[in-house]
Design a protein around this ligand. Structure first.
Ligand code: SAM
Length: 216
């Protein structure tokens, strides 16, 4: 079903223009100029309404954050949150992450966050999962060796699929938990989806995948 666009979305996007990167290709290899600093760059793919990226940007002023979200009506809410909080170390791209290697140079992004990514439950939809090899190859094109992907989900099947996918693509996994909120992990910023699952008493699965060199 096609989502109907919310009224005055364009005007709301325009109001947040200072935080929106309209032509990210132009900044490939030069993101430090966008932020005016050399700080590491972390990106979130599928930021939804932005609780995570704004919380992270406030908690980590020494990191530059970029949020990517393909649905305009959703990302505009994230941008409004960041504007209201007067956050300066975050930018937004209303785009599909399919083309991510067009936006960043190899090694330019040191960490990628995937939070509650769509599970695409049917086998024939597997290629759309953000932890499918198709996407992991794109992430490898922008991460340095040692770069990380931090992944959390409520969906056990997606978690199992992702464990295998990361392992097959030379990512070393660490800090794996099957119940994030009982794991003692510090500094977790709760996303909008996460809050819903926590309220229902459901466990959250989490891991960190480190990009390592392929064996010889
Ligand atoms: N991360 C948020 C949270 O935890 O509250 C939102 C989770 S929601 C289930 C997944 C989001 O990812 C949706 O807003 C969807 O539009 C976005 N998304 C999925 N695939 C994407 C892609 N290829 N590029 C950009 N955004 C994507």
């Amino acid at each position: 079903m096609r989502m109907r666009k919310k009224k005055n979305c364009a005007a709301r996007m325009e109001h947040c223009a200072a935080l929106r990167v309209a032509e990210p290709e132009q900044h490939k290899g030069h993101w430090k100029d966008v932020f005016g600093s050399d700080n590491p760059i972390h990106i979130e793919i599928g930021c939804g309404k932005g609780a995570f990226i704004t919380g992270m940007a406030l908690a980590h002023p020494d990191i530059n954050f970029i949020a990517i979200e393909k649905v305009e009506d959703v990302i505009v809410m994230a941008m409004e949150k960041a504007m209201a909080a007067e956050i300066t170390n975050v930018r937004f791209m209303d785009l599909d992450a399919e083309r991510i290697e067009d936006f960043f140079e190899k090694g330019e992004v040191s960490r990628i966050y995937l939070n509650f990514s769509d599970p695409w439950k049917k086998g024939k939809q597997a290629k759309r999962r953000l932890t499918h090899k198709r996407f992991l190859d794109r992430y490898k094109a922008i991460l340095p060796l040692g770069g990380e992907i931090w992944f959390k989900t409520d969906n056990q099947k997606l978690f199992e699929f992702s464990l295998n996918s990361f392992a097959e693509e030379n990512f070393k996994m660490k800090n794996i938990t099957l119940d994030l909120h009982k794991s003692g992990f510090e500094g977790n910023i709760v996303t909008e989806y996460e809050q819903k699952f926590v309220d229902l008493g459901q466990p959250i699965y989490r891991l960190e995948a480190v990009y390592t060199a392929a064996p010889l």
